[in-house]
Write a protein that binds this ligand. Sequence first.
Ligand code: NAP
Length: 322
Amino acid sequence: MGEYKIVVTRKIPDESLDIMKKYGELYIWPEEEIAMPYERLKEEVCNAHALYTNVGDKIDRELLESAPHLKVISTMAVGFDNIDMEYARERGIAVGHTPSVLNETTADLAFTLLMAAGRRIVEGADYIKEEKWKSWGPMLLTGQDIYGARLGIIGMGRIGEGVARRALGFNMDVVYYNRNQKPHIEEEIGITYCELTDLLQTSDFIVLLAPGSEETRHMIGTEQFQLMKKSAVFINVSRGTNVDEQALYKALKEGGIWAAGLDVFEEEPISASHPLLSLPNVTAVPHIGSASIATRKKMAMMAAENLVAGIQGEKLPFEVQA
Ligand code: NAP
């Protein structure tokens, strides 16, 4: 047993726990699907040296102030908007994450949502289960064509690129908007840079993949939904805070846009009674972008390796560069 205390805020695969065990005494929150309560986490981190966390935990200044010995925070995610990075940096706490390993799995989910929302898959499945299907109907459950449509991707990073590559197989006309233009990707995969206004006005499908931050908070709101086509399908696999959900609800309810596919929400978990979930043109899933068995196991291992490096004062293999 090592000399350090390691707090793990969810039950994770045993292989990942095994490599951390050698370096310290583990406190493991026993639940997989119930978040460790904030106050409980505060109590546990007060004498901890390392924290293994995920997108469901709020790692704010108050929590970090109650953890004076913390050397490393390792999150089993690529996004780190739930961590007070500024304060962690000020304190010299290393922060690790799991980029790249989840690109393809998350791009798969983005494309799944695009297709499901565009072709009304969940509505169709419910239609059968609810005994509503009486006969074939010429315009029954008709949706939007995906093949040959224009796809606008906002945030052309690792996952955005994966979505673009998939779209090319569907002969989609792919445009993107990004903080910085990326000529090498344009050349390599044959996509076109577009100003945000243009992208919003002309795209049939819009996929949001910019990170969650103060800068991107509500980057898609009333004004942006008003620019979209009435037939537009909007997909968010990034962070819920990037979208003004009240504006999204209004756009969907009043026919401003056609449908939405959502993996992330302003508040997670979203309540089943949230107005957005009452709309038939919303396809919603519970933040499962990277949730394939293989990818989640790799993420768990990568996060453990980051933690082990940090606890020994070594450079993290995947340190957050923010
Ligand atoms: P990434 O490689 O860092 O890509 C993010 C891209 O967004 C970068 O190209 C960045 O541009 C761009 N960007 C940043 N701020 C922007 C802004 N204000 N306007 C337009 N573009 C902006 O990240 P990634 O690995 O693709 O992941 C993207 C996000 O997806 C993550 O941050 C995470 O929040 C989310 N995610 C969700 C799931 C899920 O389960 N739903 C899974 C994985 C990731 P620059 O080149 O200028 O930096």
